[in-house]
Design a protein around this ligand. Structure first.
Ligand code: PLP
Length: 435
């Protein structure tokens, strides 16, 4: 089927839902037909370097051969099973996840998406502490189920009705645009103290937990400073509250360690993993300590969706972890990240509009500004760069509070030649957008 026919049928039978519809509506973009490693092709045979890794779920590279093989093998044995009994791939995956985490993060429960892994984390924190209130960063994105929409402050949109109660925004330590005076310890301590103070005042009793992304991804690729996380850990410990890390975008090797918390040295009580956990197959995990698990279980914690322990998805999860460990993909992420960073730093030398460069490994962003001194956000320009990039064979995304951050998530399979080619396309797109 060619593009025109596919778009015609989509108009007839699909609801438009794209989060980037204000930048390029789905029906103006390509219709994707197939993919291999870091490249996707549309119905017209045009190729694109996929610096979005699909929806960041194909970071192992599209159509990873090990994932293909386990899908073939497992689908002949057991695809789906009851969630009220254990199945072998489910047990194996839980043990494998414990093996790549630091003690005491050892107990897992599985879901099918980033949203449900975070919804489970909130539920778990509430059941374990017996408290209700949850804090999340003001530029957070944790999913679009109703519960996670309430803690996705970067996606807040009118018209969805009242959000789930007892979810509160705390300020994001956004160093490039920090509105707070420095307290002499680095400006990130001010958002921490204001955040905890407002959370205490709004919470019904003490808070249950705070959830953060170690690099705030959709909010604009904002790296949380280590001292912010250390301070947050201390503040939560003081209140007997839990720390939840959503590592959908930062986990499983993308930043050079298996998980971002291992590089920061600040451990969460609950960790959520999704995106490329299944190597392209839908599966997520919520991981916690024996102590939190025991408290939640004693308080009657139970959960489960029909597909949440599917053996097919669990097998893909274990295979994806094997692929990451055996091929030392965290090191590969660092190498890709260094080369990409060199490329975009060179662009920054040549183009005033490249205001800030952030992120590491396979999660990096460029904040575009009209003027480096005033930092006036260049949102329209980011849209134009995106459109030119797409027209010239490069896919990435546009995120951030002002919709002026270009976000790049190339797969682990991306070659040096592809990184250089992407940088050329990007520079050409910036030049065209600047007219
Ligand atoms: C950090 C983070 N958490 C959660 C989610 C939601 O994941 P899903 O779309 O699989 O529900 C996303 C999606 O992009 C995300 O970036």
């Amino acid at each position: 089927m060619k593009r025109d026919e596919a778009i015609g049928r989509a108009r007839e039978y699909l609801l438009p839902t794209s989060l980037l519809s204000d930048i390029v509506p789905a029906e103006e973009g390509p219709v994707i037909e197939r993919a291999d490693a870091s490249v996707v092709w549309d119905t017209e045979g045009r190729s694109y370097l996929d610096f979005n890794s699909g929806q960041m779920c194909s970071t192992l590279g599209h159509n990873n051969p090990r994932i293909q093989a386990v899908i073939r093998e497992q689908s002949a044995v057991l695809t789906h099973a009851s969630t009220v009994y254990y199945n072998l791939p489910q047990v194996e995956l839980a043990e494998r996840i414990a093996s790549i985490n630091d003690a005491p993060l050892r107990k897992s429960v599985f879901g099918e998406s980033g949203s449900d892994s975070n919804e489970l984390a909130v539920l778990l924190a509430r059941r374990a502490t017996g408290r209700m209130s949850i804090g999340a960063l003001s530029l957070s994105f944790h999913g679009l189920s109703d519960a996670t929409r309430a803690i996705s402050f970067s996606a807040a949109a009118p018209g969805y009705g009242p959000a789930m109660p007892e979810m509160f925004a705390i300020p994001t330590p956004y160093c490039y645009r920090c509105p707070y005076e420095s307290e002499g310890k680095g400006c990130c301590m001010a958002p921490l103290h204001f955040g905890m103070e407002t959370l205490d005042k709004q919470s019904a009793g003490l808070p249950a937990a705070v959830i953060v992304e170690p690099i705030v991804s959709a909010g604009g690729v904002i790296e949380l400073p280590a001292e912010y996380l250390e301070g947050l850990r201390r503040e939560l410990d003081r209140r007997g509250a839990l720390l939840i890390y959503d590592e959908a975008q930062t986990g499983l090797g993308k930043l050079g360690t298996m998980f971002a918390y291992q590089a920061y040295g600040v451990q969460p009580d609950i960790l959520t993993i999704s995106k490329h956990l299944g190597g392209g197959i839908a599966i997520s995990a919520t991981v916690t300590t024996d102590a939190v698990a025991a408290r939640a279980t004693a308080n009657g914690f139970s959960c489960g969706h029909s597909h949440s322990s599917d053996p097919l998805a669990c097998k893909a999860g274990t295979a994806s972890i094997d692929e990451i460990v055996e091929n030392d993909l965290p090191q590969r992420a660092l190498a890709i990240g260094r080369r990409w960073q060199d490329n975009i730093r060179a662009l920054q030398q040549r183009h005033e509009v490249v205001g800030d460069i952030r992120g590491r490994g396979l999660l990096q962003g460029i904040e575009l500004v009209r003027d480096r001194r005033t930092k006036e956000p260049a949102a329209g320009l980011a849209t134009d760069v995106y459109r030119h990039g797409l027209a010239n064979g490069l896919m990435f995304s546009v995120r951030g509070r002002h919709k002026n951050v270009l976000r790049f998530v190339p797969p682990f399979t991306t070659t040096d030649a592809q990184l250089d080619q992407a940088a050329e396309i990007l520079e050409g797109s910036i030049r065209k957008a600047l007219g």
